[in-house]
Write a protein that binds this ligand. Structure first.
Ligand SMILES: Cc1cc2nc3c(=O)[nH]c(=O)nc-3n(C[C@H](O)[C@H](O)[C@H](O)COP(=O)(O)OP(=O)(O)OC[C@H]3O[C@@H](n4cnc5c(N)ncnc54)[C@H](O)[C@@H]3O)c2cc1C
Length: 407
């Protein structure tokens, strides 16, 4: 088998949706060499949305595709590279991470996971037979083909009801299957009122899909009333399923912290539990999944990547030198006693700078360097020998104790 080609980047972003492209815009603008790997369509999920009315800066609304094209143009302006292929495997530990596709291995100092999610399916009988043959997940893509026809929409969240309303511009009739009692929907109140007032929309309350029927193409969705158990066949041209999303995290399982629902756990800086690995957008465990929140995540991770790489370089060039032993004083500059100890260390530096390296790390400015040294409480001194941390001193830090440790 052909050897995989290896390419190096500062930052590799997995997924080219709103979140991934924003992270890449920030990283590219910081002059980091940045690659986005996208397995399907640049723009991701948002390209499936006909009208985005709540993304700031577009008072008249904007199509999802149009908005994502603007993101794409902006990323290219900052020299972000795009590869259209799927990531199959990652190695995330260590300073250099590996992102593998069918043909290539991309090495990166930082990996930003922006792999979003995929539509959840009902699991009803014969569903697999009609995926892409009458069962669809994107109204924008398939609305026109349903002009003058009957369609079924499954679900009652924002996506189901808003896309259902959009479908009434094309279809003759939109039958919505809702699991709840009459009048209860999971969507916002504005969408609910608009749907209930729409004469082309018909609601089947207390129903789920029992099974699908057809020949080569889907012909009928058979609903089941959960209260009466009655089967309700609805002949239709397309059945649109809008019942939620499953995060695309299979390739990261066992490598980073993931919730039991499959979402990646991060802190507010989008950092995962693995150094140099960030997660942004819908793939992340968070409260709101929207383009605006993806943009915030991406910006945070892009800036975080820049800082992390600068810190890594400083760590190697200033702290972990190999030619002579070193003292790395880790302190919090807002604490008076830790500032006092800093002057003691600086005095010592004047006397011993020919024998030892001295570095001072203010955790207020760069906590990442302290983490890399394995220092968790401050003040502390890490003694470096042969380019490695030899020991960490947190108690009785004095010239005498440091000289003893440096011997
Ligand atoms: C019907 C509907 C309507 C919506 N309406 C609105 C709205 O009006 N306003 C709003 O703000 N938001 C809306 N949203 C939500 C919004 O679209 C999402 O929050 C946003 O697009 C998510 O962006 P993302 O970058 O996190 O993920 P995605 O857009 O899902 O991008 C992830 C990308 O990663 C790629 N990928 C996954 N795995 C791999 C891999 N292994 N290798 C390479 N690439 C990979 C995928 O192909 C995908 O393109 C709507 C969503 C839906 C479904």
């Amino acid at each position: 088998m052909r050897e995989k080609k290896v390419e190096q980047y500062d930052v590799v972003v997995i997924g080219g949706g709103a979140a991934g492209m924003t992270a890449a815009i920030y990283a590219g603008r910081a002059r980091l060499s940045t690659l986005i790997i996208e397995q399907a369509l640049v723009g991701g999920l948002a390209t499936n949305t006909n009208e985005i009315e709540n993304y700031p800066g577009f008072p008249e609304g904007v199509t999802g595709k149009g908005l994502m094209e603007l993101f794409h143009q902006q990323a290219k302006k900052f020299d972000v590279k795009f590869k259209l292929t799927d990531v199959r495997k990652v190695e995330l530990e260590g300073e250099i991470k590996k992102v593998e596709t069918f043909r290539n291995i991309y090495e990166a100092k930082v990996v930003i996971i922006a792999s979003g999610g995929r539509p959840r399916v009902t699991g009803a009988d014969k569903e697999e037979d009609y995926l892409g043959k009458g069962i669809a997940f994107c109204a924008t893509c398939d609305a026109a083909a349903n002009t003058g026809k009957t369609v079924v929409v499954i679900g009652s969240g924002d996506a189901a009801i808003e896309e259902g309303i959009f479908l009434t511009k094309f279809a003759n009739k939109v039958v919505v299957s809702i699991i709840h009692d009459e009048g209860k929907m999971d969507c916002n109140e504005i969408a609910k009122a608009a749907a209930l007032a729409n004469s082309k929309m018909e609601f089947q309350w207390n129903t789920v899909v029992d099974h699908f029927e057809g020949d080569e193409e889907l012909k009928t969705v058979v609903l089941k009333n959960l209260k009466t158990e009655a089967l309700i066949p609805i002949d239709c041209h397309t059945c649109f399923e809008f019942i939620g999303y499953i995060p695309n995290t299979d390739i990261f399982k066992g490598l980073i912290d993931i919730t039991n629902k499959g979402y990646i756990v991060t802190n507010e800086n989008m950092e995962t539990n693995v150094e140099g690995v960030y997660a942004v957008g819908d793939v992340r465990d968070r409260y709101l999944r929207q383009v605006a929140t993806c943009v915030g995540d991406g910006a945070t991770a892009g800036v975080g990547a820049e800082k992390y790489i600068a810190e890594s370089e400083a760590f190697v060039s200033h702290v972990m030198k190999e030619d002579k032993p070193g003292v790395a004083y880790v302190f919090n500059a807002i604490e008076a006693d830790q500032r006092e100890l800093l002057s003691e260390i600086e005095k010592m530096e004047l006397d011993y700078k020919d024998q030892y390296y001295f570095s001072k790390i203010d955790v207020y400015k760069s906590k990442g360097l302290a983490n890399r040294l394995g220092v968790k409480e401050y003040p502390a001194v890490a003694i470096i020998k042969d380019g490695k941390v030899d020991c960490i001193i947190t108690e009785n830090i004095s010239k005498e104790s440091l000289l003893k440790a440096l011997k």
